[in-house]
Design a protein around this ligand. Sequence first.
Ligand code: FNR
Length: 373
Amino acid sequence: PSITRILNLHDLERVARQVMSYKALAYYSSAADDEITHAENTLAFRRFFFHPRVLRAVGRCDPTTTILGYRTSIPVFVSGAALAKLGHPLGEANITRGAHATGIIQMISHNASLSSQQIAVARGSPNQVLFYQLYKHKNDVVAEQRVREVEAQGYKAIFLTVDAVVAGNRERDNRALFEIEDMERTAADNSATQLEMDADAIAVAESGGTAGALLARDDLDLTWQTTIPWLRRITKLPIVLKGIQCVEDAVIAAETGLDGIVLSNHGGVALPPIEVLYKLRKQRPDVFSRLEVYIDGGIRRGTDVLKALCLGARAVGMGRPFLYAQSAYGEEGVARAVHILEREIITGMRLLGTATVADLVPEMYLQMTPFIS
Ligand code: FNR
């Protein structure tokens, strides 16, 4: 259908599902085991309701904010998700272009189908801000080289993923068996991350799906004591941990002096991130002034974004919606997704009686049927 018929992010997903291959769809849409927490990520937002305020001037409504000091048109960024070329021949460049056209920030995946250099070149202007999602290679030297390369290419922050030392059991993905040629066709030509198929990766690729094959080279022994000081030593860029899943680890991250955390369960294995955010706000409100807190997982509506901001999130990430948007309509689909979200966010802010993102405060929500108290 014509893109003007696309009214919300669900419409974009529906179109993408019609045009994508079985394998691409299995990879983009699958989640761990019975896919229960994946569904809960979205359902959890329905347990939160607003307490709007009235008689507050909202004629001028400004949804802009900053992430790590960089401006964004709405409090939403692209969460790095691998292999955009499975869905569209131009892959991540669609997202880079769409993000530029609409003023949001893209975090690119370590396992993007274009190299970090190709994506840097695809930017709409040299000032366009990109963040880099890192999976630490088990070999420190290779990992360090990757970090130094992306720093030189102009990436503005490192998002170290800590929740996926191995892949979840994604059975629909596994059924669409990963083939080595897919890896070569879709994987990036990064000098350091080049998917030189070591014995581990081949073993996983032959028995499992795409997700498992991509993670086979990664370090299983990440620790607070060794990994964080190592990364701090080799880069001056802000460091954000992606995949914090409980209050205790959020507190350690703040005490360790990190720049931010993404509360995320990698699309689904733990308590929904919005619930973790709620718990963190209640139990340790001090953390929010020590680092920036973001969440991702299951966010599909402007009101979901606003609920997260009311609870103290600086911004939210989205993974699948941008993969689907670019699969369905390329760069224009990505821009459409951002414009839809922007409209939904502004409408929601006005109905809440908020004119700026700073007005979104915990007093504006009510949790009706919490998982947790
Ligand atoms: C991901 N995600 C992910 N995360 C990451 O740190 N590195 C990666 O390479 C990928 N790859 C990836 C591929 C696909 C197909 C999916 C669905 C997800 C996780 C991603 O960054 C993000 O946390 C989730 O996608 C957020 O949930 P939603 O927005 O997809 O519901």
